[in-house]
Design a protein around this ligand. Structure first.
Ligand code: NAP
Length: 248
């Protein structure tokens, strides 16, 4: 029987690449999204037509009750989750620290950090052997910005990813004996819509040339690492923060 994977923020970018690769590797996939129903539904059609199994569920993961609803939908429509990809994330408008208003700061941490906590909590309740589960894997999509500080005016974003790294290390210890492996992927500069606030594809191309490897990364390259971390091939990898950043 196929394993069940939830990918938060899977309507675009890295999340979409993870969901597509997971479907090719025989996972039943839940494509979570916040607003883009049409794109998420089109992905479900594409996966289904290729012989896979997928559902799309709208849920703003920064709201606890919506994160709970996401997992309940998966319970009833796909079965118990085996892998959680905590991928949904936002950069927010670029701001110097003195110009950050509390609502903007709150929103960045609510999506990037609180959303990952809420989803991980729901996943642990279902995966952990402490609750009668059969184990599983959680992969948090952090960022290389957690260690290098990110692009200019990304203080809030970089700090939120630093929190996600610490969460990964702490949660890995918390569930280490419960059959749940927890790791993080830290992408570098990856060509997706998230950079629209920083000049979009043009800026990605310019910045990409400064990356040691000489180019920006593709979402599919991050997806390969995330899928590997969730697979039995990574059975002794636990509490690791894996950079996928072209040397940056
Ligand atoms: P993206 O292209 O902007 O896509 C973001 C996805 O997250 C979309 O599917 C969006 O849904 C969803 N989303 C946003 N807020 C949400 C919420 N509150 N609840 C549920 N879903 C929500 O982003 P990306 O570049 O693929 O980034 C994915 C992850 O990788 C993020 O955590 C990001 O921080 C991390 N990352 C990215 C890069 C990079 O260079 N791209 C580098 C390092 C780390 P809608 O389509 O419905 O809006």
């Amino acid at each position: 029987m196929s394993k069940v994977m939830i990918v938060t923020g899977a309507s675009r970018g890295i999340g979409a690449a993870i969901a597509q690769l997971a479907a090719q590797r025989d996972f039943s996939v839940c494509i979570n999204y916040a607003r883009n129903a049409a794109i998420a539904d089109a992905m479900v059609d594409q996966i289904t037509q290729a012989g896979g199994k997928a559902i799309a569920v709208r849920a703003d993961v920064s709201r606890k009750e919506e994160a709970v609803h996401l997992f309940q939908e998966v319970d009833s429509r796909l079965g118990t989750v085996d892998v959680l990809m905590n991928n949904a994330g936002i950069i927010g408008d670029p701001r110097l620290v003195e110009d950050l208003d509390p609502a903007a700061l709150q929103q960045i941490f609510a999506v990037n950090v609180y959303g990952s906590f809420y989803c991980a909590g729901e996943a642990v309740k279902r995966m952990s052997t402490r609750y009668g589960g059969k184990g599983g894997a959680i992969v948090n999509l952090s960022s290389a910005a957690a260690r290098h500080g990110g692009l200019p005016k990304e203080v809030a974003y970089a700090a939120s990813k630093g929190a996600l790294d610490s969460f990964t290390l702490a949660l890995a210890k918390e569930v280490a004996r419960d059959g749940v492996r927890v790791n993080a992927v830290r992408p570098g500069l990856i060509a997706t819509d998230i950079h629209d606030a920083h000049g979009g594809r043009e800026a990605i191309a310019t910045l990409g040339a400064t990356v040691p490897i000489g180019r920006p990364g593709a979402a599919s390259e991050v997806a390969e690492t995330a899928l590997w971390l969730a697979s039995p091939a990574a059975s002794y990898i636990h509490g690791a923060l894996i950079d996928v950043s072209g040397g940056r």
